[in-house]
Design a protein around this ligand. Sequence first.
Ligand code: C2E
Ligand code: MG
Ligand code: MG
Ligand code: MG
Length: 286
Amino acid sequence: KAKEAGRARMTLYDPSMDADREQRNALELDLRIAIESGDLTLAYQPLVDAGTHALTGVEALVRWNRPGHGPVSPELFIPIAETSGLIESLGLFVLRKACETAKQWPELNVSVNVSPGQFRNPAFTDYVRYVLKQTEIEASRITLEITEGYMIQNPQRTRQSIERLKGLGVKVALDDFGSGFSSIGYLRQFGFDRIKIDRSLVMGVNEDKRQREMLQATVALARSLDIPVTAEGIETEGQAVAMRLFGCDCLQGYLFGKPLTAERITEMLDELRTAEQSTRRRLGAA
Ligand code: C2E
Ligand code: MG
Ligand code: MG
Ligand code: MG
């Protein structure tokens, strides 16, 4: 197979490239239709307090069930949305939907991913302001998660954008920290309200000594700058315990819950409220 690929690169005409492009175009067209006809949905993954494991928030994650193909990963279609000019309408849909839905959950914080293409748009702050106003959500319950890709190219503009967003009252988090090139030095400079340690780093916490030390140092440094830290991709008790010991105040991962439907989150909150009420009654009666 590798040999084949090598040979293909040598020829000027490669029919498999046409096939790839065709597939991509078809995907792009279907995505466009999905956005226009409102066929994208959001899943919500629990965020829990590292000490008590109580539900404190959710992260909104876009989902696309492509007709005739089944679910497509956002890791695949977000980059396509970015390069085909669809990211703006996709991002607007996600933000609006997440803010609308968050109104049913007054006790939760809601995180929304923002891709570099959205963030780069000078009008981004305006449309965040618009959505906040339109949905009448308390801005302080919304966290926008941005990745480092764009920041490094444009530190100056990034800092200004973050400042303007924070001026609206929303929180801004650095997502996937440790997965790329971000330097600790950026953390203070940009004024992030939170950093999220990437799953790829968290994964090895109980296996690889060097990785553990790096992770520990990263969390310690963020904390010395007074920036709270979330660990993502927690799948085992061991990882949860370690990340809490290192100083993460918030945890996210399959151990605490996979991305769920909004209905399921509402049910969970109802169950929690009921349990709390009955405990309160019992204690009152005792
Ligand atoms: P992310 O923002 O870092 O989101 C976390 C991803 O890790 C999600 O994948 C989530 O399902 C997955 N995950 C969480 N806990 C665990 C775990 O314990 N184990 C494993 N194996 N995975 C876990 P998902 O939903 O496939 O999203 C992938 C990425 O796509 C996101 O990474 C984010 O960068 C992007 N994305 C998702 N939704 C949106 C969106 O609405 N807008 C934008 N711009 N990007 C999005
Ligand atoms: Mg995220
Ligand atoms: Mg992340
Ligand atoms: Mg990630």
